[in-house]
Write a protein that binds this ligand. Structure first.
Ligand code: NAG
Ligand code: NAG
Ligand code: NAG
Ligand code: NAG
Ligand code: NAG
Ligand code: NAG
Ligand code: NAG
Ligand code: NAG
Ligand code: NAG
Ligand code: NAG
Ligand code: NAG
Ligand code: NAG
Length: 423
């Protein structure tokens, strides 16, 4: 039978490309064969790493997926070769941080295959011990970064014992992370009384538009969800966080690059603090918190900075429950890492406006349930509450609301109790 010649670009639509990778075994590095499979099938095909295999990753990964699915049903185990990752990780633009794996491209899916299986084992304990609670230690790699991606889905994906932040997304749009299980737990008794799981954030986003995070369970020692500069049109739904809450920022760290975070809808968010007597854990700042650097620049990021500006606006929370966190909702105009910046707390020109919170319940482990501690140089505006009922866990009495430079606060009484005037 005669078959007409097929031009190369069309071939790819006609031949379905499926690559299956099994591990080399005996601790041999699987990264090269995984990258080879992505080269072969990563445009219009499927790459599958079947369960229950464990794949040893000793080298940093960079892949491009276009109209493709990457099934990580087995587990990628990032070896704790600290020297390698500190020296050789990819660097990311923000805060000179590092990542072990970058995915770029469009119309792709990364599927972990089911709840609490597959995905990534970060072998993070060695990183926790090295950091010993010190924040933003250089070289700790983020296991999965999505960069320059459009229409990307990560689903049914799990990360255990992450080396650093679990996920990072930069310069991307139409991105979703659904059915996500993240658990980084310190198991070294030396962590007793402190937080060895420091910086195991769930996700940080920068310059990301149209983003969905839904159906998450998170345990870690830092922010659960942390949209940063130029994250817009975000939906957070059904997120259970232990060890960290929903952080807007930090913002205002970089002068000359204003941060805008706008159009965020967060529903059914639960945040709890759970500190192990034997292994420590993260003190949870709050359910939802907004933190801006001061208006005075000092030093360079990651530990220095400040003097940046921008706006966080049109943020709405519905059904926010906190369990023993420091506060329920708060604004911090005085975020700094350089001690002298404490003298500049009222200098931030960063604007927080049009924030609304409906059905905010639970307990806090201090006096204040809501703290609107805004800058004299730029007061917060239009902060709406409805159905607030926050109790101080010490004595089960209503927690308080404190306001400083907050204008048009509706639904709670400044310097009153954190229970709604309208309910
Ligand atoms: C990132 O941090 C490392 C280690 O401190 C330093 O050597 C490097 O110069 C920094 N890079 C940038 C761009 O700041
Ligand atoms: C997004 O990508 C998926 C495949 O991952 C594809 O089925 C879908 O058509 C894409 N959506 C758009 C709008 O291109
Ligand atoms: C997750 O995996 C389970 C089991 O395979 C499946 O039933 C479920 O639909 C998947 N969920 C998503 C969001 O892919
Ligand atoms: C982003 O990806 C597009 C293709 O999807 C490519 O043309 C462009 O060069 C990439 N940009 C960067 C900065 O890598
Ligand atoms: C996280 O893992 C620890 C230790 O394995 C376990 O005790 C804890 O229940 C897990 N947390 C969640 C939320 O699954
Ligand atoms: C919320 O997410 C959890 C974890 O993925 C899931 O088990 C539960 O079914 C989800 N709840 C709803 C109402 O979708
Ligand atoms: C955010 O976008 C504005 C332009 O709208 C730009 O000036 C600024 O540098 C961006 N900030 C970041 C952090 O990329
Ligand atoms: C916020 O949402 C409104 C309504 O959908 C839209 O008009 C506006 O462009 C969005 N803002 C941003 C920064 O995307
Ligand atoms: C605020 O954001 C929501 C989505 O979260 C959007 O529907 C609404 O139109 C936005 N409002 C304005 C004034 O842009
Ligand atoms: C935690 O450390 C303190 C001393 O630093 C010790 O007294 C206590 O027994 C330790 N707790 C546990 C549960 O190991
Ligand atoms: C308020 O939120 C709690 C948990 O966060 C939820 O159980 C309850 O159904 C919500 N109430 C309403 C009226 O939606
Ligand atoms: C709230 O109390 C503080 C002192 O705790 C005071 O400085 C401030 O003026 C009070 N604000 C209002 C609105 O009463």
């Amino acid at each position: 039978m005669y078959l007409p010649p097929i031009s190369a670009p069309r071939l790819y639509w006609l031949v379905y490309k499926a690559c299956i990778v099994t591990p080399l075994g005996w601790g041999q590095d699987d990264s090269s064969q995984i990258l080879a499979a992505v080269s072969a099938c990563g445009t219009g095909g499927t790459i599958t790493l079947p369960a229950p295999y464990v794949y040893t990753i000793r080298k940093r990964l960079l892949m491009r997926l276009v109209g493709a699915t990457l099934n990580v049903f087995g587990t990628l185990s990032f070896v704790p070769d600290l020297g390698y990752w500190i020296d050789e990780s990819h660097r990311i633009e923000f805060q000179n941080q590092s990542t072990a794996w970058i995915v770029e491209g469009s119309d792709y899916i990364i599927d972990g295959g089911g709840w609490m299986q597959g995905g990534i084992e970060g072998n993070g304990q060695a990183w926790y011990g090295r950091a010993a609670g010190h924040s933003n230690q250089f070289g700790r790699p983020i296991p999965l970064t999505l960069y320059n991606s459009t229409n990307a889905t990560v689903r049914n994906f799990s990360v255990r014992q992450s080396m650093f932040w679990n996920f990072y997304v930069q310069d991307s749009q139409d991105v979703s992370f659904t059915s996500i299980y993240l658990n980084s737990t310190n198991r070294d008794p030396a962590g007793n009384g402190s937080n060895y799981e420091t910086n195991t954030d769930g996700i940080n986003t920068i310059r990301v538009n149209n983003f969905l995070a839904a159906d998450w369970v998170f345990h870690g020692g830092d922010d659960c969800l942390a949209p940063k500069g130029n994250s817009t049109n975000l939906v957070f739904r059904n997120i259970t966080c232990t060890g960290g809450g929903v952080a807007f920022g930090s913002v205002g760290q970089y002068p000359g690059a204003p941060d805008f975070i706008t159009n965020v809808s967060a529903t059914d968010i639960t945040v709890s603090q759970l500190i192990s007597p034997a292994y420590g854990g993260g003190t949870v700042a709050g359910g939802a918190y907004f933190k801006s650097w001061v208006g005075h620049e000092e030093g360079t990021p990651p530990q220095g900075g400040g003097g940046g500006t921008g706006r966080v606006s049109n943020i709405s929370f519905e059904n926010l429950h906190v369990d023993n966190t420091s506060q329920g909702v708060f604004v911090n105009k005085c975020y700094f890492k350089v001690a002298d910046q404490a003298n500049y707390c009222d200098t931030s020109t960063f604007l927080f406006e049009d924030l609304s919170f409906s059905n905010v319940t639970g307990t806090v482990n201090g006096e204040n349930g809501i703290g609107l501690n805004c800058s004299a140089a730029q007061p917060c505006r239009d902060i709406h509450f409805e159905g607030v009922d926050l109790l101080d866990s010490a004595d089960n009495t209503p927690a308080r609301v404190v306001c400083d430079n907050a204008e048009d606060v509706v639904g709670v009484k400044c310097n009153g109790t954190a229970s709604s005037v309208t309910k």
